[in-house]
Design a protein around this ligand. Sequence first.
Ligand SMILES: *[C@@H]1O[C@H](CO)[C@@H](O)[C@H](O)[C@H]1NC(C)=O
Ligand SMILES: *[C@@H]1O[C@H](CO)[C@@H](O)[C@H](O)[C@H]1NC(C)=O
Ligand SMILES: *[C@@H]1O[C@H](CO)[C@@H](O)[C@H](O)[C@H]1NC(C)=O
Length: 306
Amino acid sequence: MRTSQILALVAALPSTFAAYKGFNYGSTGRDQAAFEGEFNSAKNLAGSSYTSARLYTMIQDGTTNTPISAIPAAINTGTTLLLGLWASGGDAGFANELAALNAAISQYGSAFGDLVAGISVGSEDIYRITPIGVENNSGAGVGPGVIQNYISQVRSAIAGTALAGKPVGHVDTYNVWTNSSQNALIGSCDFLGVDAYPYYETTKANSIANANATFWDDYDVTVAASQGKPVWITETGWPVSGPSSGQAVASVDNAKTYYDDVACHAFANDINTWWYILQDTGASPSFGLVGAGTPPPTTPLYSLSC
Ligand SMILES: *[C@@H]1O[C@H](CO)[C@@H](O)[C@H](O)[C@H]1NC(C)=O
Ligand SMILES: *[C@@H]1O[C@H](CO)[C@@H](O)[C@H](O)[C@H]1NC(C)=O
Ligand SMILES: *[C@@H]1O[C@H](CO)[C@@H](O)[C@H](O)[C@H]1NC(C)=O
């Protein structure tokens, strides 16, 4: 091969290894058609295509351990998946998450495996039992030892299957990752997912003017604690409406500023990112990029072009 051909190939690499770019998706009240509607709207959003979905559970809403219908929806729409297993529902609840994962592997095989970006064992479980999580009534959580045990159960479950070798990790808040009590857990993870919302960081000067710097500080301290593991952005965003939080004002203008600064910088740096959120009709504060409608509209509330 000639040097010019090799250089052309190297130049083509960044697009080959483009980072995952997606949204977080809840499970409540959604069937396959609802997931497909959301995934198609995300893909066809004016100004920016989102082709990945982060999930919080493997279990279809209203069932004991039937695989979540986001999986066939992802297969039908070519959407990659950051899977989640809910880890704060006790050992019996986690066994159901594993049963749903095993069933999904049997049912969908490599069509499923080909779309899996990674597997998160838990979401903010440790944050919820830290002093600020308890103060905020954030619900049941578990400590790092339980997450490590569940991670090893997931590694055993996927060994020798269509999901073999997929990265297994955990999602938590930046201030959990920087607590040295998590060092052993970090050692067990293939990746760290970080959730950080300057809007909620009321102990800091958290106006929109400081939000970009605050977010990247949160990201950088997580990277510093990560023992060299990749750090993925699993949740962030700024609300378009709702109450103020400290100096943070919820507005479409501020959400656009935050998006231009934080999302565009993450995309430019090829950091895997699952933004919060495509649509959250009725929520307050509301972080949705689009307004009400089923399927979600494809015209965002502000321009998403970077
Ligand atoms: C640090 O992590 C440990 C173990 O999860 C937890 O008990 C403790 O409350 C955390 N400290 C803070 C300040 O969040
Ligand atoms: C938790 O609650 C405190 C006090 O109400 C508040 O200042 C802080 O922003 C909250 N943190 C989160 C992450 O919600
Ligand atoms: C946002 O922060 C990043 C990381 O520090 C920086 O590179 C970028 O220039 C900032 N963007 C703006 C608009 O200040």
